[in-house]
Design a protein around this ligand. Structure first.
Ligand code: ZN
Ligand code: MG
Ligand code: ZN
Length: 482
């Protein structure tokens, strides 16, 4: 047996077991009949990330997160997330599973490796006469929002994905991603704004125009790529809308729909910050999501027939908040060092430029984190910027030079607790079960325990009165292709 074949066989054997225990849908937490469904995706958000932000909020703002309230007053639990051929999912397979009830191979959107396409919840909702929408802090052509509409074997084909978004015509599309619509930036020179303008869309590309945006069909692409991080918006005056502002506008537009709506909202950059092991950016993405969640819970409270679902798609970065000091009693104080972070690592890298001096590196890092790094650490960072990675086990941290930056800033020791007590285990996604909750005035308030990511599709279709089953593929069959 060739090594590759052995690998495939052993993978398929393990996955067969996973597949069978995920196959039976968990009992619905009794959503009741829904007129509107709002699905709020937290990309790359683990239970550890939740605990970190919850403690931060209690200590720095004197109040719990809205997310804490959601877990207490909604129906909450954990969600397992493996994809069709891997115990670790990526965002495209994960969003597909929410949208279709089926697991697929990582890297594709709502299509099996043999080309067979799946039908998404937004297509079903539209066919049932409902308005539809996608809102994200990422490019709207990025995996999580796009996967509820587009079908593509390769999630990176965002120009083609944009064409599919234009063809589908969701009533609300708000996020980043000008570059996939702009004729001056697309490789084929097509203007994808034009067909939407011709079919009556209100279209904007500047954050300051969001407030005044009106119409029953809107496209707001508010940044060339992703919407800048909340931490840079807040502390570095980056021109960007907040997730709450984008969501408020989207809900305002959809609220007028005759027959209700299905809306996907994504806090898409918790994942990006965690990939970069950037604890400050990750915290502020979570806090921006939380402010948005508060708005959505209020909307759900005052709008009968609305069901709000919150779920993370997987963990990213494997952050752990660890105990510090005698009886760990310094832990919370050290965790407060998070409030010294006032810029994202992206901002830091931009300030460093191509060939920074050691003193410039020290100054920029002190500006962004209030930590004065040592001479040795400055050399290490200088080397990393020029591609010379010296941190231990670089293979576990392939995203460079940003992973070196995280390594330099990471924790002190029990004896010398001078650094933030958050360690990241990887720059990749992780396999652990993640937070999820369902909220609405007809939703039963009882824990749903641990569910599979396939379940959400069935909860949504059942609640909308839609009976639909997508075709299945076995992991063994999928492995014949990849
Ligand atoms: Zn993700
Ligand atoms: Mg995403
Ligand atoms: Zn990711």
């Amino acid at each position: 047996m060739k090594r590759k074949d052995f690998f495939k066989t052993s993978m398929a054997a393990g996955l067969g077991t996973m597949f069978s225990f995920g196959a039976r849908p968990s009992p619905s937490p009794a959503l009741g009949k829904a007129r509107n469904i709002i699905f709020f995706a937290y990309d790359g958000f683990s239970w550890e990330d939740y605990s970190s932000a919850q403690h931060y909020s209690l200590r720095n703002f004197g109040r719990p997160l809205h997310l804490h309230k959601l877990f207490k007053t909604g129906s909450a639990g954990s969600m397992e997330s493996h994809s069709l051929t891997s115990m670790v999912t990526d965002s495209s397979a994960a969003t597909t599973t929410w949208a279709t009830g089926q697991k697929i191979v990582n890297g594709s959107l709502s299509v099996y490796p043999d080309g067979e396409k799946l039908t998404t919840i937004l297509e079903l909702a539209k066919a049932a006469g409902k308005a539809t929408g996608i809102i994200s802090t990422t490019r709207i052509t990025h995996a999580t929002p796009a996967g509820w509409i587009a079908k593509h074997i390769n999630r990176r084909a965002e120009e083609e994905i944009a064409e599919q978004l234009v063809e589908f015509k969701a009533d609300v599309m708000i996020g980043g991603g000008i570059r996939a619509f702009d004729p001056n930036q697309r490789s084929d020179g097509k203007d994808l704004y034009k067909p939407l303008l011709d079919s009556g869309y209100s279209i904007i590309t500047k954050p300051e125009e969001l407030e005044m945006l009106t119409g029953s069909k809107v496209l707001a692409t508010l940044h060339n790529s992703h919407i800048p991080y909340e931490i840079d918006r807040k502390f570095r005056n980056e021109a960007a809308p907040s997730l709450k502002e984008m969501t408020r506008k989207g809900v305002q537009v959809l609220d007028g729909a005759n027959n209700g709506f299905v809306l996907l909202v994504e806090a898409g950059r918790i994942d990006h910050a965690n990939h970069r092991n950037d604890a400050g950016a990750s915290l502020w993405e979570t806090l921006a999501a939380d402010e948005t969640l508060g708005f959505l819970m209020d909307y759900t409270d005052r709008t009968p027939g609305t069901v709000l679902i919150m779920a993370s798609d997987h963990g990213t970065g494997g952050a752990s908040v660890y105990g510090v000091g005698e009886r760990y009693r310094a832990s919370s104080n050290i965790h407060d060092f998070l409030n010294r972070r006032t810029a994202s690592f992206d901002w830091v890298m931009e300030q460093l430029g191509e060939n920074p001096s050691e003193s410039h590196i020290k100054d920029v890092l002190e500006n962004a984190t209030k930590i004065r790094i040592s001479a040795g650490q400055a050399v290490m960072m200088k080397n990393a910027v020029s591609g010379n990675i010296t941190m231990p086990d670089p293979a576990a941290y392939p995203r460079q030079p940003i992973a070196t930056l995280a390594y330099i800033l990471k924790g002190g020791t029990n004896e010398d607790p001078t650094r933030l007590n958050i360690n990241f285990g990887t720059t990749q996604h992780t396999a652990g079960a993640v937070p999820a909750a369902v909220y609405g005035n007809k939703v039963e308030v009882k824990p749903f325990g641990i569910v599979d990511n396939t379940d959400f599709f069935y909860w949504m279709t059942e609640s909308l009165g839609i009976d639909f089953q997508n075709p299945k593929m076995s992991p063994e069959k999928a492995l014949e292709y990849y």
